[in-house]
Design a protein around this ligand. Structure first.
Ligand SMILES: *Cc1c(COP(=O)(O)O)cnc(C)c1O
Length: 221
């Protein structure tokens, strides 16, 4: 069930700052998205390609769709025509595929590099050395149809606020370091996608520019 009080409060909280709300609508019906759209929300996030494609076909054209979940290379082609931001790029091979499909669609697709910052084991996400190697590669230098606009990460799932703050702070440090080394003259590199329903307040303290919020807005899944 849509929590309109939460929506109004968070919009007010973010009103004068640089942070945008990504409304994470995964598993929720198109009608729930439409209802939030009618309140003025335009950025929606999904974590599965098929679900994103299906919903995009049903809903208003001016929605900015973000893919926030893991993306397989063989599915890039389905979202390349319209996706507005891909949050979870974690390999050069994936970036090459996005570049290729973006070119076919005559687009430049904005992407975030996903970092592994949580203590939990995860197959997904780069470390700093891997990100640097990607950004120094000849392949990356040749890509004309992607634009890396920042970093994304997920903190550990824990009640330990100090730990979560430290993990978000770590991602913010990576952002600063990569900004200085690779994007100093590039104003497009400005996004830090971190914070979900349970920890977005902590992410805001550490400089998040994109909070990805699902259950607090749409109810439990
Ligand atoms: C589901 C999801 C979210 C939103 O999580 P909530 O706890 O429901 O706010 C954010 N980011 C990613 C990558 C997700 O998969």
């Amino acid at each position: 069930m849509l929590n309109l009080d939460f929506y109004k409060n968070i919009k007010e909280e973010l009103a004068d700052g640089p942070t945008q709300l990504v409304a994470v609508s995964k598993t929720k019906p198109a009608a729930a998205i439409q209802a939030l759209y009618e309140q003025g929300q335009r950025i929606f996030g999904e974590n599965k390609v098929q679900e994103l494609v299906d919903k995009a076909a049903l809903l208003p054209q001016d929605i900015q769709w973000h893919l926030i979940g893991h993306l397989q290379r063989n599915k890039v082609k389905y979202i390349a025509p319209f996706v507005s931001l891909i949050h979870a790029v974690d390999s050069l091979r994936l970036l090459k595929e996005i570049n290729k499909e973006a070119k076919k669609n005559n687009r430049i697709i904005s992407c975030l590099l996903q970092f592994h910052i949580a203590q939990e084991d995860s197959k997904f996400g780069l470390d700093l050395a891997e990100a640097k190697a990607l950004l120094q590669s000849e392949d990356y230098a040749q890509m004309q149809h992607i634009k890396i606009v920042g970093l994304m990460g997920m903190a550990s799932f824990t009640d330990n606020q100090e730990q979560v703050l430290a993990e978000f702070g770590q991602l913010a440090n990576y952002f600063q370091e990569l900004k200085a080394a690779f994007f100093a003259q590039n104003d497009d590199f400005k996004e830090l996608s971190m914070g979900m329903s349970g920890d977005y307040q902590l992410a805001l303290q550490e400089g998040s520019t994109l909070v990805r919020i699902g259950s607090a807005l749409f109810g439990h899944r």
